[in-house]
Design a protein around this ligand. Structure first.
Ligand code: XMP
Ligand code: MG
Length: 188
């Protein structure tokens, strides 16, 4: 079979994708260590609370899969998608939550995100879920770009604060590519 991939490894720390160069920002080892720490926090904070983990697809698929390997309390896991639809111009882009099948009222809920960038998505998801009157609501994001935030977002648990640059890998994509990379790369 011929090799048709456009992802080319030019050095262990650099990759080229669609003519853009990416270099490693966070290694697989750093990510794994952080994920163990984040799981420990959940194990401690949610013991006997049977929380619902709401995984925001697609980006958080990998983060959540690795996180639950270190969870040792009872949890329920649900996978959500956000579908964009046109609101009024003043409201900007509105995102609708798809895939929620369990009532959240009086439940402890933790949103799992890959990245909070402008914060628009997380802000809206938070508002929509809060309206369902959960017992508690928390947001765990693997990555946060503090300098890109445009909305108030309460990130209860943060993996890494990163510079305001486009990142790819470990679930995050560039035109659907790079999700399988084990490290997180930054676009130079
Ligand atoms: P915000 O916080 O701006 O983020 O509403 C919305 C979604 O956009 C994606 N996103 C990224 N994806 N590299 C990516 O691959 C990035 O640097 C990046 N910044 C934002 C992500 O899905 C996030 O949930
Ligand atoms: Mg996302």
């Amino acid at each position: 079979m011929s090799n048709t991939t456009s992802s080319l490894t030019t050095s262990p720390n650099t990759r080229i994708l669609n003519k853009k160069t990416f270099s490693v920002l966070l290694t697989q080892t750093e990510i794994e260590t952080k994920i163990r720490d984040l799981a420990s926090l959940l194990n401690h904070d949610y013991a006997d609370k049977n929380p619902i983990l709401l995984v925001i697809l697609n980006g958080a698929f990998r983060f959540s899969a690795d996180l639950v390997r270190y969870i040792n309390i009872d949890v329920e896991i649900q996978f959500l998608r956000l579908a964009s639809y046109q609101g009024t111009e003043s409201m900007g882009e509105i995102k609708q939550i798809l895939g929620l099948t369990t009532p959240l009222r009086d439940r402890h809920v933790i949103i799992l995100e890959d990245i909070v960038d402008t914060g628009l998505t997380a802000h809206q998801v938070w508002q929509d879920l809060q309206a369902q009157q959960p017992a508690s609501l928390a947001l765990m994001t693997l990555l946060l770009k503090p300098d890109a935030l445009q909305m108030p977002v309460e990130c209860t648990y943060i993996g890494f604060s990163i510079p305001n640059m486009f990142v790819v890998g470990y679930g995050l994509d560039f035109d659907q590519k790079g999700r399988e990379w084990n490290d997180i790369y930054v676009c130079l």
